[in-house]
Design a protein around this ligand. Sequence first.
Ligand SMILES: *Cc1c(COP(=O)(O)O)cnc(C)c1O
Length: 357
Amino acid sequence: MTWKDHLQQAILGLEVYRTFPYRPGLVRLDANESPFPLDEADRDTLAHELGRVDIHRYPEVAGRPLREAMARRFHVSPDQVLVGNGSDEMISVLLTAFAQGPAGRGKVLFPVPTFGTYEAAALARGLEPVKVPLDGGWQVDEARTLDAMVRERPALAFFPSPNNPTGNRFDAGTLQRLAEATSGLFVADEAYADFCGVSQVSLVGEIDGFCVLRSLSKIGLAALRVGALIGPQDLVAQLDKVRLPFNVNAVSMALACAILENPGRLEDRIRRVAASRRSLAEGLAAIPGLTVFPSDANFVLVRTPIDGQRAWERLLERGVLVRNLSRPGPLRNCLRITAGTSEENERCLQALRAALA
Ligand SMILES: *Cc1c(COP(=O)(O)O)cnc(C)c1O
């Protein structure tokens, strides 16, 4: 026997998450980041906060200051908030907690196409994915999902709204009915909710087993790796035992708290990104042959009239990096384009017109 005989077999089939190697001058519209760096005044504030961090001490063990800041942002109590190293870590904590229930190996339900981490992280933690295809308009197929919930009894169901990579919001009534119907936990992933102003946080505590994931990554703070889970207090208390101690580092905590102190500036940046996405979508809609899917997020999904891989390469040759999602099935010839600055959007539109000509 070697260590390999003990490794979870599902891990052998997984791939490492990679990003394309960035080079100076490349227009980066591949990762759903904000294109806007912090301005001078914010940088000064953060430099001051950084100078006050006690680097020789462990951070506050439970992330209290950040939990309180998030609780204020979402109008809940700090006991209903868990914070982590990105919302990815919250996904990991949830999967770990529900991997092995009294009924055995846990199942995780989610719609497809969607965010790849649900499946990869589920497999790596020994859970079984249950995938339910979205309908032709990228909406949740309620009847089919209900069927799967009754048949498979998933421990967890993930529903990102707006969805990545399709960009649309799911019907709120459908989500609420599914949340009420499932016997497991219902996780509304709101990584992009800031861009459409629609949130389901108010359902926390109203529907048993309903929780919400939020992230600071898509609204301009990706480098800090800060995310939150908002859920009923008894769930948060259990998950609190699963996360590792000191899971949010002191630097990220101090900087995130300082930025959350000034929600006005944060909202300004969010509005600018949403406006950029609207103008990107308009520009894309004017390109002949391109199918543009409606978006409520900070990116736009398109289908190219030529081979998707070819289109992606031609964009890259012109210095524009987008996300290539093209594969057989519903995402055939699809590219995901993050909203950039107006100059970046213009370069992308030009490159795309040339690529498709
Ligand atoms: C980007 C993304 C996340 C991860 O966000 P982090 O907070 O950076 O870990 C979670 N869910 C969805 C749907 C995403 O697109």
